[in-house]
Write a protein that binds this ligand. Structure first.
Ligand code: PMV
Length: 347
């Protein structure tokens, strides 16, 4: 590697899974395939500056969040570098300055691992590209997604949009356990520009880290059935996306969210990550749907916050409903309006 120094900036979004990834094998290989909407407003921007070192012994880097040095992030990045150095041999040759910022507040309870790890992986790939490594078509994004996966599994679904599949699935050509791919089939107009309003019910630290969470699936009494169900739900979504069948979409997406939480409630040790306000919101969404025929639905991450999903043409009606009936259940009335996006951008 002959380049002395330089810097690259990428911004990369978060994503929200429709079929959930929960359970993994060694080397961040998922137990089941997942599919997600890429988000638009919730993103991380990372500038990676690099300069050649005298010797190539240890990793050498500093991390800054919103301009403040963050030594508590170093362990996670160091572990990430160790996992990926076999694929990026230049990592020990440079000192790196990692400057990162998120569009969403750090303490919002929204995980920044998907957007953060994908942005960093893309910056590293820009360096590799500059060092003139041979490329095949799709190489750049495929390898960036491969690297992001090793940082945080779901991060491999954040690079492109608007729908990304991660994990080998029989009916989806090109799908892989190693990286995310753009959903390759027809998607009905009903799903274009889908909206996601994130209700921040609990902004506290996660009770269960995703590492602990995935491990709960080892020896879980319902694990094999669950992994099978994820394959089936992804199969069903193929025709749902094609036909624009919003009713079946709602059924699958809400069931996936509740199943994710059911897995946590039935593991050993067991956890309840929903809060009373999470349930209030879910019930309000159900009665609103019954009353108005709206196609609004919810999904959840491994926490108490609620993602409210709805088609673009219902924006006015659903935003009114959210403001009048749901914001009261958010911590300090805090929520984030987002929508489907198209992936990472180099700045
Ligand atoms: O990428 P991780 O290891 O943080 O796991 C994410 C797991 C869920 O967000 C709960 C589901 C998913 O598919 O994103």
């Amino acid at each position: 590697s002959s380049i002395e120094n330089g810097s690259f900036t990428w911004s990369s979004p978060s994503n929200i899974a429709l079929v959930k990834y929960w359970g993994k094998k060694e080397h961040q290989i998922p137990e089941n395939p997942s599919v997600s909407f890429t988000l638009d407003n919730c993103k991380t921007t990372t500038t990676l500056s690099f300069s050649k070192k005298e010797s190539s012994d240890d990793f050498s880097f500093d991390v800054f969040l919103d301009g403040d040095k963050k030594d508590d992030f170093k362990l996670k990045i160091e572990a990430f570098f160790k996992r990926i150095e076999a694929y990026l041999p230049f990592l020990r040759d440079y000192y790196f300055k990692i400057e990162t910022s998120n569009t969403f507040p750090h303490s919002s309870g929204i995980a920044s691992s998907a957007s953060g790890m994908s942005a960093l992986a893309l910056c590293l790939m820009s360096i590799e590209e500059e060092l003139d490594v041979d490329h095949f078509d799709d190489y750049f994004f495929q390898k960036a997604s491969f690297l992001a996966r090793l940082g945080s599994g779901s991060a491999c679904r954040s690079l492109e949009g608007d729908l990304v599949v991660w994990g080998k699935h029989d009916e989806i050509d090109g799908s892989s356990d190693l990286f995310g791919v753009k959903y390759p089939f027809e998607v009905h107009q009903n799903f274009k520009n889908y909206q996601d309003t994130i209700l921040l019910v609990d902004k506290g630290e996660k009770q269960v880290s995703s590492t602990v969470g995935h491990n709960l699936m080892y020896g879980h009494p319902f694990a094999q059935e669950r992994f099978k169900q994820a394959h089936e739900n992804l199969s069903s979504l193929i025709s749902v996306f094609k036909e624009g069948d919003l009713d079946t979409f709602i059924e699958i997406v809400e069931s996936e969210a509740l199943t994710l939480h059911a897995m946590m409630m039935t593991s050993m040790p067991y956890f309840i990550l929903m809060k009373p306000n999470t349930l209030e919101i879910i019930n309000k969404i159900w009665s609103f749907r019954k009353k108005t025929g709206s196609k609004v639905c919810f999904t959840l991450d491994a926490g108490a916050n609620v993602h409210v999903l709805y088609p673009k043409n219902e924006s006015k009606q659903v935003c009114g409903f959210i403001k009048n009936e749901l914001v009261a259940y958010c911590q300090n009335g805090h929520y984030i309006c987002d929508r489907i996006g198209f992936g990472a951008k180099q700045l």
